[in-house]
Design a protein around this ligand. Sequence first.
Ligand SMILES: Cc1cc2nc3c(=O)[nH]c(=O)nc-3n(C[C@H](O)[C@H](O)[C@H](O)COP(=O)(O)O)c2cc1C
Length: 157
Amino acid sequence: MSDFDAISSSRTLHRLIYASRQRIAPGDLDNALGEIIRASIARNREVGLTGLLLVHDGWFVQALEGAAEAVMTTYRRILDDPRHDDLKLLSAGPADAREFGDWNMCARRLSAADDAILDALAQREAFRPATLSGAGALRLLKAVRGIQHRTTLDAIV
Ligand SMILES: Cc1cc2nc3c(=O)[nH]c(=O)nc-3n(C[C@H](O)[C@H](O)[C@H](O)COP(=O)(O)O)c2cc1C
């Protein structure tokens, strides 16, 4: 790889999507999510990352997008976080444009009214995001992106 390739690839927009199991006591979820989102917004803003965190049925599904180095450095930190485990990388690579550019990080939870989203992805009977393809995971997060009713957590974003 030439120096030019190395520089341009570190500046190219990258997107990474993973799924993980929450390891947070149910009664602590709201507080823990508040802390995660507050820290994420502050740190992601510093390094130009944007993204979306879906919180559903004991799972996290998160998209991170930005320069490759920022995405990978942040993902490595997230990997070590004891508030989740069983991280499964669903997709990572260059992207044409930001899909979640409105937020340095935003958490969304699904309600019963959002079942249509899960239906479309055959994830309603049992939510198993770790089985999604990279394209399926991106479709899921893009559908979630459009949800208009915001949770109280979103209010701090
Ligand atoms: C599901 C989940 C998503 C997270 N997303 C981010 C994120 O997008 N950006 C970030 O900086 N930290 C994120 N974190 C938090 C990091 O793991 C870490 O706690 C935080 O960056 C503070 O790191 P520090 O204690 O080294 O400053 C996330 C944690 C979890 C459990």
